[in-house]
Design a protein around this ligand. Structure first.
Ligand SMILES: NC(=O)c1ccc[n+]([C@@H]2O[C@H](COP(=O)([O-])OP(=O)(O)OC[C@H]3O[C@@H](n4cnc5c(N)ncnc54)[C@H](OP(=O)(O)O)[C@@H]3O)[C@@H](O)[C@H]2O)c1
Length: 264
């Protein structure tokens, strides 16, 4: 099975890294092309995959073709490759906001289509991807896709109508988490901690808290309450976050991502 990548940026590299680490595909069975020579050479050197002459060649030779360019590039790239993609090829799009109907229309023919919304923690094998498919993708083909997309983190099948929500809660939210980590660390620096150490404490706490919730299956509210002793220090911080509209700001940020995704 040949897996091809059109675009070899951050997400494609994360996916390739996961596929190689989990031995989903050998480097010689992964094909790719990117716009610039520098990206093509760097990716070839790092992962040992086959770089082909152009997008059309990648499209023609792949059994599974992953479209990993920015949504703004989709029209141009699909126009370039549409005649090279056969109806037997399974096409996976990772573009934010591009629906399967829009992709199908751009190709101008019925194709086996899968949409996946990954996120950047995939770069360290800890991604979270929402995945949906059209009616032409069989259960067996979807199993193969889920193994591939699960090689760089957790992958769950969702209805296509939920993909905008996936984009908000996991695709975009690493940016919010990094802002939170920066802010936590700034608070510690303000209290006298050296900056490097503050980032380590903040990041490890976010990582450990997420792990605690996932591994115990406990409700986040219960875990929050466990930290808040009566008349203690933590409840004072919680009061300030509530006063400053922390939860509502986060909910509105996710909502803004969902709205933008619907308009793309
Ligand atoms: N980053 C995220 O957090 C995230 C999360 C979920 C989904 N996504 C989706 O993933 C997709 C890729 O995002 P990314 O963050 O990986 O972007 P990126 O790092 O900017 O990578 C885009 C890649 O596309 C290549 N490219 C541009 N024009 C091309 C063309 N005409 N032919 C072939 N390759 C071309 C670029 O080549 P050069 O390197 O040579 O310029 C680059 O390798 C987007 O659709 C995005 O919506 C991203």
């Amino acid at each position: 099975m040949k897996v091809g990548f059109v675009g070899l940026g951050n997400m494609a590299k994360a996916m390739i890294g996961g596929m190689l680490a989990k031995k989903i595909a050998e480097p010689e069975n992964i094909l790719g092309y990117a716009k610039t020579q520098v990206t093509r050479s760097t990716v070839k050197e790092k992962y040992g995959i086959c770089i082909l002459e152009n997008n059309e060649k990648v499209a023609k030779e792949s059994d599974i073709l992953i479209l990993a360019v920015k949504p703004q590039m989709f029209g141009d790239v699909i126009a370039q490759i549409k005649d090279s993609v056969s109806t037997g090829t399974l096409v996976i799009s990772i573009a934010a906001g591009k629906t399967m109907a829009q992709i199908q229309e751009a190709f101008g023919k019925s194709l086996k289509l899968v949409r996946c919304m990954p996120n950047t923690p995939a770069m360290v094998g800890e991604g979270c991807s929402g995945v949906c498919r059209n009616e032409l993708v069989s259960d067996e083909e979807m199993d193969r896709c889920m193994r591939l997309l699960g090689s760089f983190g957790v992958a769950q099948e969702v209805p296509e109508g939920m993909m905008d929500a996936v984009g908000g809660v996991s695709g975009s939210s690493p940016a919010f988490v990094f802002m939170f980590i920066e802010a936590l660390a700034d608070g510690a620096v303000r209290a006298g901690m050296p900056r490097k150490q503050a980032y380590q404490f903040a990041a490890q706490t976010v990582c450990g808290s997420a792990k605690l919730m996932l591994e115990t299956g406990m409700h986040p509210g219960e875990l929050k309450d466990m930290v808040c002793s009566p008349s203690g220090t933590t409840i004072e911080g919680v009061r300030i976050l509530e006063e400053m509209g922390f939860r509502s700001a986060v909910m509105n940020a996710v909502g803004a991502c969902v709205d933008k995704s619907k308009k793309m």
